[in-house]
Structures are given as C-alpha cells and as structure tokens.
Design a protein. Structure first.
Length: 407
C-alpha cells in the first residue's frame, strides 16, 4: 500500500482577494524592507498576531505550515517573510498575509508577532529562525526535525523556558484521534503486557540515514508515547554492506543535517522490559510494505500504518494449522479514521489539532503535546543510533554528548 499525499484547495476569500490584488500593485523592493502590504480597512481585532517564516529557495514550506493560521477566529496573519520573490508572493496569497518581507528579522522587529510558524523543511536555518523568534517574544510552531543538532535544540528549549514561550513541532501522528484512543486502550490492557515495538521506515530511495531522520523521528516519537523514555540504544548502520565511519557522512536530498548509511538496524530498551527495533533497508520495502510501527503484547498485537491520518490494525490471533498460523489483521473497530471524511483525514485537520493544543498550552502554561522536548527526544534517538553504530557499543540515554556524532 502506498502512502497517500494530501493536498488542500483553499477558496479565494475576500481577504485573499485583497492580498492577491495587492501583488499586482507591487511595492518597493529593498532588502529587509516591507515589500507588499494588503491590510484591509476596518480589520477586526484578533487575540494573536501571527507570522510565517519560509524560504522557497531552501526547503520550501513543510507540510502545510504556511497555512496553519488560516481561518482561525483568534489569529490575525500579519506578515510572511521569504527571500524568494515568487515563492513569497505565492505563499502570502495562500495564507492571506497582510504584509510581506524578504528578511524574517525585519519582520520580527516591525510586526512583533505573538505566534510564528517556522515552515522550511530544511533545518539548516531552524536554529537561527527559532532564536530570533523567541528573542522577539513569539511562541513557535515549526517543521520537524526540530534542529540539526541536540546542542541547538537544547539552546532553543532553554531560551523558550526562560521567556515562558511554547514550542510545538509538527509530529502530527502523536495527536491523531486513533493514536490517542489506541494509547488509552493499550494502557487498559488491549494488548496484554506490551513487550516489543517494531518500527520500519518508508525504506524508499532515502533508505538508511535520511529515512531515519525524515520519517523515523515520527516513529521514535510514537515509541516514547507508548513506552516512555528509552534507556539505551545498540545499532548497526552500513553503507554498501560495510559498517559506516564518520567519512560516510553526507548531506541528504533536503538539508536536514548530515546522515549516513543506506541500511539501519537499531535496538532500544525501555522500562518494564519493553524492547524496540527500528529498521530501514531498501531491500525490505516490498516485504514490509507500509511504513509504521507494530506493538506486540502478551495477548495480541496492533499495527499503525503511518500517515497524516494513520490507520490502526489489531491482530486477531489464530491457531497453528498444517499450512501455518492463521492470524489475521483487522482494522481496529475503534479507529475513528476508518469512518472519517477526507477533510477529517487531511493535513489541514491534523495541523489544526496541533495548533489548538499549542494555543491551549500557551493559555494554560503547560508543555504542548507535540512540544519541543518531545521533538528533541525523538532527535536524540536518531543521534543515539549513530553513536552506537560508530562506537560498536551500547550507548545510554539520555545522551551526555550533545554534538552531532557525524560532525
């Protein structure tokens, strides 16, 4: 089964028409200056002032993060920054930004937003963008992975804590309705005692290090949701059949920090005797099928087919017969995704769930469900795999060494 791509068509509202019309009128093109303003007259007062930061030339806008503020009654999208002119105009039209800038630092200084979406898929500028937004007093919603290194993520978290600001990272599956229900069911004994978690990346052309960083962070986040923090990691990472060295580090298709290896087998240990594995090997793509994670218990197993709207299956345990064991996988009857509409399964709906949780976390001064700490711990599991593979030894978690092991 192939992973579906989700897209959303946005109607041309009056606000968007005004913004689109302003693109024809143009503005003064000066580095760092206000380029386009489409502020309507008699605009309503909003609770939050929001801004979007992107870079069309460096990673585009990740997974709908340019439009997360759209159609929210308590949010006014005051500005968007992107140094690429064509990309900026297109993104500004989609999100109905009132003003446009080519420099996000000037935007933050002039607009003073309360909320900022850091949207690029590439992470090479995540740290600089996040620190600038935090220092300007803005809460952050950002694309994953959170940062290229744990050092940078730690600094951003510490800065946010000192300022009382909240960071949310786009690990949408953690808040998917089916995942929330499955977590409760597992705690109530659906699987018996949880013993093992087996996760597989997409194992496509990015198999190995890139797969682990781009998609594995979602799976590591789910491992921690069901089993808590890992205790240690052991791993083998190979390139063309041989164990990697630091010399195998490379920049992947998208600049998300160095990766290595075309095949990964990793093992994690959790409390209460729970073990977990992560596999990314292109040779297994057809054998394993859809990327995701299997939860194995003493009574039965559940499998999550990962996606923006993940599907949950439960194994109906059979018996041994002459032709083998007749276990069957069935869609979990409590999975709301089975009956959801296309809109309810969309990326827009998934991001809206994260946005609403983020706003509630700001109001109640709590950690967001998909907060920066959870995202950093998922990134830490990626780094633990490399530390273990390069050293040939089991490494304890949390990691003491916060620098990138491939640097």
């Amino acid at each position: 089964m192939k992973t579906k791509a989700f897209s959303q068509t946005f109607p041309l509202t009056r606000r968007k028409f005004l913004c689109a019309s302003s693109l024809v009128l143009g503005g003064v093109s000066m580095s760092g200056s206000l380029l386009v303003s489409a502020e309507p007259q008699n605009q309503s007062t909003r609770k939050f002032r929001a801004a979007v930061i992107g870079h069309t030339g460096r990673g585009d806008y990740g997974h709908g993060l340019d439009v997360i503020f759209n159609e929210h009654d308590n949010i006014q999208i005051v500005a968007l920054a992107d140094p690429n002119g064509a990309g900026r105009a297109n993104a500004a039209q989609k999100c109905s930004a009132l003003r446009q800038y080519d420099d996000y630092r000037i935007l933050l200084e002039k607009e003073k937003p309360n909320l900022v979406s850091i949207a690029p898929r590439w992470t090479d500028q995540h740290h600089a963008m996040a620190m600038a937004a935090l220092q300007a007093g803005a809460h952050i919603f950002m694309e994953k992975p959170i940062m290229p290194t744990l050092v940078e993520a730690d600094e951003a978290l510490a800065t946010a804590d000192r300022a009382g600001l909240k960071i949310t990272v786009a690990h949408q599956m953690r808040l998917a309705p089916g995942i929330a229900l499955l977590k409760n069911a597992v705690e109530e004994g659906l699987l018996g005692d949880l013993l093992l978690m087996r996760a597989w990346g997409k194992q496509d052309s990015r198999a190995g290090g890139e797969d682990m960083l781009v998609l594995g962070t979602h799976l590591f986040d789910l491992m921690r949701l069901f089993a808590g923090d890992p205790l240690w990691c052991a791993a083998r990472v190979t390139q063309n059949g041989r164990d990697i060295t630091r010399m195998d580090a490379r920049v992947p298709t998208e600049n998300i920090g160095p990766v290595a290896g075309d095949e990964i087998e990793a093992q994690f240990a959790f409390a209460r005797g729970v073990n977990a594995t992560f596999t990314s090997r292109g040779k297994l793509r057809e054998r394993i099928g859809h990327w995701g994670i299997e939860l194995v218990g003493t009574k039965t197993s559940a499998r999550i087919l990962a996606d923006i709207s993940p599907a949950v299956y439960v194994q109906k345990t059979g018996s041994w017969e002459a032709n083998g064991r007749n276990d069957q996988w069935q869609r979990w009857e409590k999975d709301p995704g089975a009956m959801a509409t296309a809109g309810e399964r969309s990326l827009v709906a998934a991001n809206r769930g994260l946005l609403d949780d983020w706003l509630e976390a700001i109001e109640k001064n709590r950690e967001p469900a998909c907060g920066g700490r959870n995202a950093t711990k998922a990134l830490e599991m990626v780094m633990a795999v490399y530390h273990a593979a390069l050293s040939g030894a089991r490494v304890g978690l949390p990691l003491v060494e916060r620098k990138h092991p491939l640097a």
